[in-house]
Design a protein around this ligand. Structure first.
Ligand SMILES: Cc1ncc(COP(=O)(O)O)c(C=O)c1O
Length: 438
């Protein structure tokens, strides 16, 4: 019998961590108010709770305008429409992100251009952007991933010099700041998700923020079936859809936003403690902190497992062992989008991939982004944020479990276990086994 729980030893942690999502009487009362008020939907648009939430959320991030809407994927589509992306336009995106950052580009018959990530942040590598710009490039879409920001100084400089837009995907960055400006407020439009795993949640939901009135008006029309926006100074008329949020969701989000700063403090203190405990442990690597990222929003704690230090024992084996020790964790959280089974792009369905080309663009075969591939398939370890919402003891358990697995890694040689198989599954395969996201 080994020391590791996966090899028959005792698990380091049996107690569950803080449950997620967190709610109190605030949510209960707000929901009851919506229920009994019988004004449940998104129409009239923007409805009462939705506009109150959107105003507060935009202000919290330092933007003038906000719109609460159906989810984060739709938020990206709306942002692309708001800045005027048209069929055939190219949009630069990081290769390592959720497929939902990229799908909306294709949905609008525009063309995603993948750029690799920076190994220090796992966010879009700004040093590689200029070489990806062509006369058709119309926007850069950085994703502030995990607990870092893309280099917004460089991205804004390049976008300014090229006359193109910046759409920030802030699905992981609620409350984060770059040079004291809120996530989503430095670029033209910021997009957020309130899906159930996120730092604030209404089960599903999303928002965009902007300080540009014209972008705001176009976005409002698009979200509200093409109707004139509430301010309607630019008289844009366009085909729109119903991407409105319900009052139930917006009411929950008002309470969730109030709680965010306090939760962020606890989470960051615990994550800092965790990092101090692990720094220096052989075989582990860490993303770099950047002073310009003046407030960290940590959606998940991400560090690096360096398999070459563990004689080739796979990350899946490491993660399977960690999970059986009682620590929720993930590795294949994202793949380079172009390699993902959730990105089965058939050029016949997206005509812009063929325009002005002798052969259609083969998005799945064209790219090799080595840093994204290493992060996705070998190295990245993702720990969900809610496990850092508890006590220092909880945090020490997480650190102790990681160290325990590292110190006894030899027990994993040749070991077969369903937990290891699960950790090797892609997000496309998991619905067969997954009951919750964490
Ligand atoms: C980076 C990123 N972008 C976009 C999205 C899409 O958000 P949603 O799931 O609310 O549609 C997500 C959420 O899963 C995400 O993590």
């Amino acid at each position: 019998m080994g020391k590791l729980a996966i090899a028959g030893g005792k698990p380091l942690r049996r107690k569950p961590f803080t449950s997620w999502p967190v709610f109190t009487q605030r949510e209960t009362l707000a929901l009851k108010e919506v229920l009994t008020g019988r004004n449940w939907g998104g129409y009239p648009f923007p409805n009462e709770w939705a506009s109150s939430f959107a105003r507060k959320f935009a202000r919290y991030h330092g933007a003038k305008y906000g719109i609460a809407l159906a989810n984060g994927t739709v938020a990206i589509e709306v942002a692309l429409k708001a800045v005027g992306i048209r069929p055939g336009d190219e949009v630069i995106v990081p290769a390592y992100t959720w497929e939902g950052s990229v799908g909306p580009i294709l949905l609008l018959n525009a063309v995603p251009v993948f750029v690799d990530i920076d190994p220090d942040t796992y966010c879009l590598d700004a040093r590689l952007i200029e070489q990806a710009i062509t006369p058709r490039t119309r926007a850069i879409l950085p994703v502030h991933l995990a607990m870092r920001f893309a280099d917004m100084d460089e991205i804004l400089r390049i976008a300014g010099a090229s006359g193109i837009s910046v759409i920030e995907d802030c699905a992981h960055a609620h409350g984060g700041k770059w040079r004291n400006k809120g996530a989503g407020a430095s670029g033209d439009v910021g997009c957020f998700s309130f899906q159930s795993s996120k730092l604030m949640t209404s089960g599903e939901g999303g928002a965009i923020i902007t300080s540009n009135l014209e972008h705001y008006e176009r976005a409002q029309s698009y979200v509200n079936c093409g109707r004139a926006s509430v301010t309607d100074s630019f008289r844009h008329r366009m085909l729109g859809f119903n991407y409105r949020i319900t009052e139930f969701q917006a009411a929950i989000l008002v309470a969730q936003l109030e709680r965010l700063p306090q939760q962020a403090k606890v989470r960051l203190a615990n994550m800092t403690r965790f990092e101090k405990r692990l720094k220096g442990a052989p075989g582990l690597g860490f993303l770099k902190r950047d002073k310009r990222n003046t407030r960290i929003a940590a959606y998940q704690y991400v560090f690096k497992y360096l398999p070459e230090h563990f004689e080739g024992i796979s990350r899946s084996a490491f993660l399977g062992a960690l999970e059986v020790e009682g620590i929720p964790c993930d590795g294949l959280f994202y793949e380079p989008v172009y390699r993902s089974a959730l990105f089965p792009v058939d050029p016949a369905e997206y005509p812009a991939l063929s325009w002005r080309r002798s052969e259609p663009l083969d998005l799945k075969g064209l790219y090799r982004c080595p840093v994204s591939e290493r992060a996705a398939y070998e190295e990245a370890v993702w720990l969900p944020h809610h496990i850092f919402l508890g006590t220092q003891r909880d945090t020490d358990d997480i650190a102790d479990a990681v160290l325990k697995v590292c110190e006894n890694i030899g027990e994993l040689y040749g070991l077969e276990h369903p937990a290891i198989d699960r950790k090797g599954m892609s997000r496309a395969e998991r619905p067969r086994v997954e009951k919750r996201q964490w």
